[in-house]
Design a protein. Structure first.
Lengths: 617, 347
């Protein structure tokens, strides 16, 4: 009886589009996250290319000032919230249950809800483009530029509400992964036997849980200002404070940096040992360093505000605190190098990207120490030097690391190998293009070029360096094109992947590629950090189960997507409200009711298709 | 090996800095051509930090290259199953702490030194950010002890400390003259203090708003002119003298009439001529090297271009900023106005 309660029958499709919309399988959700992130990566990349076209020469008018300002606002918002975070989530989803020997995450339907909130939030932000209101207040949205007086179009509204919607999804995912990792590990997998990627995911999930609330608070205040004329950030004379926004934003924003980089650090910590044929150097130290980075990351937010006039004491304190983060970061880099020592290094594509990550991320860390020094930051802040710095961290770090992860685990995702030859061309072009693009940015920033300027005059003499940067961006874009070709071609006709193509040591390689929907026919037992290297019992491929003996898995559900759509349309209704109040209220009421219906549908629907036979009175 | 390597990397770092400082000569907004005491100190720390980072980065990359070549897989090779080394891991925790202290100590001294208030004999300036231009007020130096007001070109005497306060009337801007001091934000509702600095070089220095402040942020620039004390005093005196009427029949005289009849005087002050305060003060406009907030060189043609068609120079919104005079003035009239503005000089 319970299974059929609701306006929607329980979905049964196992193939086709509805099977994807209603899926609660962590692997399918992981693929959805990955493909969506890749789509937005291309979109954000095209935005960057347009900016590079405009800046290639002084005084160009390829795009208007308004358009350019939208481009950098959306490039930042897209790459951070719609690309790197969901790309990390793709790996958390697909890999964490496999790495810890589980059959799914703790809350499969909540997992689906997280994904749909992300995708609807992303659509909401980008929908502004079609309403001629593409946001242009920068991805940090400093007050009071975001108030009605200075941002008359509804671009800020779309941005605020879209971020709220996808932020909710991220927060839910944070809880989901903390609980999954703490509760669902295979027997014998103690915390200190977890692969480093699992450790980093656990740490990131805690960061998400604590970092998103301050952002939610800031966005809520801004939303109230924008829609209901409150005064948190608007009129200074009547008590608002523009710096309040900056503090709240960066209390979120700095831990966010670690949310973006730690997944890559985790992957690389697992990839380097595989291709060095030896364990990670100082496993425990790497775990502690990751936790220290995450912890210290809470005490450094105001280094984004050295120039805001906080005063000498605050600047000195946050400068010192920021310097300390270089210590655990350095420890990680040295431990990665130590992992190479004495190894038998094989330079398959994942290894190349992992080594690219270590070197490029280190350069980003070094420039980070430079602007931890207050006087140097006074010159570098808000210039292209900073743009160079965070691209070394987020592209040279996160993207190189995530790409290493894709090459490494693609065989597990798809059952096919990515083309190695194309992969190596991709790596070298990306490394060259990346450095051609971002290395000269250090110099042009030091020569005084501020960021977020849509053009510059010839008298500044920044033209030659900017031409070089734009050329580098083309090389970089071409390398990404090769990557996409490789992904598409290999997923169709790549070489078939064996169970453990890289000779790795962790649990995901004990099951077929791609894994069956229940992952592990027999839940494995582990007794070391390297179950495949140290334990003979785990090396044998388990026999395929006959269909009637397959473990029962959580059944698909419509409710996550319906609830996510309802929440998003509550935000949509608020947007309509600012133009037509009654229409907006009607939309919010309708979708509020539907959302409530979805919550009850969810409550009454058992997680498994064939319930244990409980009867309601 | 380490010793030769260290020397070579130091040389490379210095060479890189050399290339940078060469480039700095041709790039007027560079942060590597200090022209004040504060900028000198920043530069010293900057060079220290860049050199340290370059050496460390180079050494680590070299170590990595060595490991990659030395330990590449060989047929029949066996990896050594090393799990870590307590000694090494402690070493590479403690060593960076030492290096960071070397950087942190001068930083703390700098922060302390630059957090002090300006001396009592400093030239005081209140700099105010507007979308998208800079207003400069010298308290007490104006007529009858009021403020001396100018815009987009700050004039400072060499060898005298400058104490500049910063604020904004609309959104957050940032005041940045790399040759003189690091940037500090201009936050509405707050009064920030730029680190007090003493210019030690004559010349005109480039400045630019460094905090995104809306559509025309890229076109919000300014200049700082550092002059001798005598010249500064002459400029202050001239700034406080009512502008003389231009010769009858000249282009400037026609421009003067247009200035008063076309609404210019409603927004712009020229001492002795008009008292508008919405736009930049134009007293002694002829002394300024640029027009449109540091964007165009201040030639008669450029000033006329700006007046006639602001949109071709700066993407200003239709409301609340300098209007376009395309439909109200002929090009010849705009040139006349420009001639008048250019005639507003010290002599």
């Amino acid at each position: 009886m319970a299974a059929n309660i609701g306006i929607l029958r329980r979905p049964v499709a196992t193939t086709g589009i509805w099977s994807w919309v209603t899926t609660v399988d962590h692997k399918r959700i992981g693929i959805l996250y990955g493909v969506s992130a890749l789509f937005f990566f291309v979109l954000g990349g095209l935005e960057a290319l347009l900016m590079r076209a405009q800046l290639a020469q002084p005084d160009q008018t390829i795009v208007s000032a308004d358009t350019y300002n939208s481009l950098f606002t959306m490039h930042g918002t897209t790459m951070i919230f719609l690309v790197v975070m969901p790309a990390g989530a793709a790996f958390f989803n697909y890999m964490i249950p496999l790495l810890i020997g589980a059959r799914d995450v703790a809350f499969p339907r909540l997992n689906a809800l997280s994904y749909w909130l992300y995708i609807f939030g992303a659509i909401l932000i980008n929908f502004s483009f079609f309403m001629d209101a593409f946001p242009k207040q920068t991805w940090v949205g400093y007050a009071p530029l975001t108030s009605h007086a200075f941002s008359a179009t509804s671009g800020v509204d779309y941005w605020v509400l879209g971020l709220q919607v996808l932020g909710l999804g991220t927060l839910i995912a944070g809880f989901n992964f903390v609980i999954t990792i703490l509760n669902m590990r295979a027997p014998g997998m103690t915390l200190m036997r977890m692969p480093i990627f699992v450790w980093m995911t656990l740490i990131i999930s805690f960061l998400v849980i604590f970092a998103f609330p301050p952002l939610t608070v800031a966005l809520t205040m801004l939303m109230l200002d924008r829609f209901f004329d409150t005064n948190f950030f608007v009129d200074i004379k009547s008590g608002s404070d523009p710096l309040l926004w900056q503090h709240l934003f960066w209390i979120f924003g700095h831990p966010e940096v670690y949310i973006l980089i730690l997944p890559a650090m985790g992957m690389v910590s697992d990839i380097l040992p595989t291709f060095s044929r030896k364990p990670l150097f100082g496993y425990a130290t790497v775990v502690f360093a990751g936790a220290s980075i995450a912890f210290l990351g809470w005490g450094v937010w105001a280094h984004h505000m050295f120039t805001s006039g906080m005063g000498g004491w605050a600047n000195a304190a946050f400068s010192g605190a920021t310097m300390t983060i270089a210590v655990p970061t350095g420890v990680k880099i040295f431990n990665w190098l130590g992992t190479l020592y004495g190894g038998q290094l094989r330079f398959s594509t994942p290894m190349l990207f992992a080594l690219g990550f270590v070197s490029m991320f280190m350069l980003g860390g070094l420039s980070g120490v430079m602007h931890a020094a207050v006087p140097v930051d006074g010159q570098q802040h808000d210039t292209y030097f900073v743009v160079a710095h965070f691209h070394y961290v987020l592209f040279g770090g996160s993207i190189f690391g995530l790409t290493a992860g894709i090459y490494y685990w693609f065989p597990k995702f798809s059952g096919r190998m990515l083309n190695e030859k194309l992969g190596k061309v991709h790596f070298w072009l990306m490394l060259i293009g990346f450095n051609l693009t971002f290395m000269p940015m250090h110099i042009v920033g030091a020569l005084g070029m501020p960021r977020r300027i849509y053009t510059y005059s010839p008298d500044q003499n920044w033209g030659a360096l900017n031409s070089l940067i734009s050329f580098g961006a083309l090389v970089l874009a071409f390398s990404i094109l090769l990557f996409i070709i490789n992904l598409v071609r290999s997923s169709r006709s790549g070489e078939k992947a064996p169970m453990n193509p890289w000779g790795a040591s962790t649990l995901e390689w004990t099951i077929p590629s791609p894994p069956p929907h229940y992952n592990f026919a027999v839940v494995p037992t582990v007794s070391s950090q390297h179950p495949l290297w140290d334990e003979e019992a785990n090396v044998i491929l388990p026999p395929a189960l006959p269909a009637h003996e397959e473990p029962e898995m959580p059944a698909p559900s419509y409710w996550p997507v319906v609830l996510a759509a309802s929440i998003s349309m509550l935000a949509g209704g608020l947007l309509i409200y600012s133009a037509m109040s009654w229409a907006g209220i009607a939309v919010m009421a309708a979708f509020g009711a539907l959302g409530l219906r979805a919550i009850y549908g969810w409550i009454f629907e058992p997680p498994y298709a064939q319930g244990a036979g409980h009867h309601h009175v | 090996m380490p010793r030769g390597l260290l020397r070579r990397t130091t040389l490379m770092a210095l060479a890189a800095l050399g290339v940078l400082s060469l480039a700095a000569c041709a790039t007027p907004q560079s942060s590597f051509s200090p022209a004040s005491d504060v900028a000198d100190n920043i530069n010293t720390i900057y060079v220290l930090v860049v050199t340290a980072a370059t050496i460390i980065g180079f050494l680590v990359l070299m170590a990595m290259a060595y490991l990659i070549i030395r330990f590449r897989a060989r047929p029949g090779g066996k990896a050594r199953q090393i799990h870590g080394s307590n000694k090494l891991e402690i070493a590479w925790t403690v060593l960076p702490i030492g290096i960071l202290l070397i950087i942190t100590i001068p930083v703390m001294f700098f922060v302390n030194a630059t957090s002090q208030a300006a001396g009592s004999d400093a030239v005081k300036v209140d700099a105010i950010g507007h979308q998208w231009w800079f207003e400069f007020r010298y308290p007490g130096l104006g007529p009858d002890g009021k403020d001396l007001v100018t815009a987009n070109e700050l004039v400072l005497p060499i060898g005298r400390q400058a104490g500049i306060t910063l604020t904004s009337v609309d959104v957050i801007h940032s005041f940045w003259v790399p040759a003189l001091a690091g940037k500090t934000d201009m936050v509405p509702g707050r009064t920030n203090h730029l680190s007090p600095f003493t210019p030690n070089e004559l010349g005109t220095f480039y400045g630019q708003c460094a905090e995104y402040c809306g559509v025309a942020h890229a076109k919000m620039r300014f200049r700082v002119k550092v002059v001798s004390l005598g010249e500064f005093e002459k400029w202050v005196a001239a700034q406080n003298t009512a502008a003389a009427d231009p010769d009858a029949g000249s282009a400037a005289a026609r421009g003067w009439a247009l200035f008063q009849t076309q609404g210019c005087s409603g927004c712009h002050t020229i001492n002795g001529v008009s008292a508008g305060t919405f736009g930049p003060n134009l007293t002694l406009f002829g002394e300024r090297s640029t027009v449109a907030a540091g964007i165009l060189e201040s030639t008669q043609e450029n000033v006329a271009k700006w007046i006639h068609d602001v949109q071709s120079v700066k993407p200003l919104p239709a409301q609340g900023s300098m209007p376009s005079y395309k439909d109200t003035l002929t090009e010849a009239q705009a040139l006349d106005l420009a001639a008048y503005l250019k005639s507003l000089t010290v002599n």
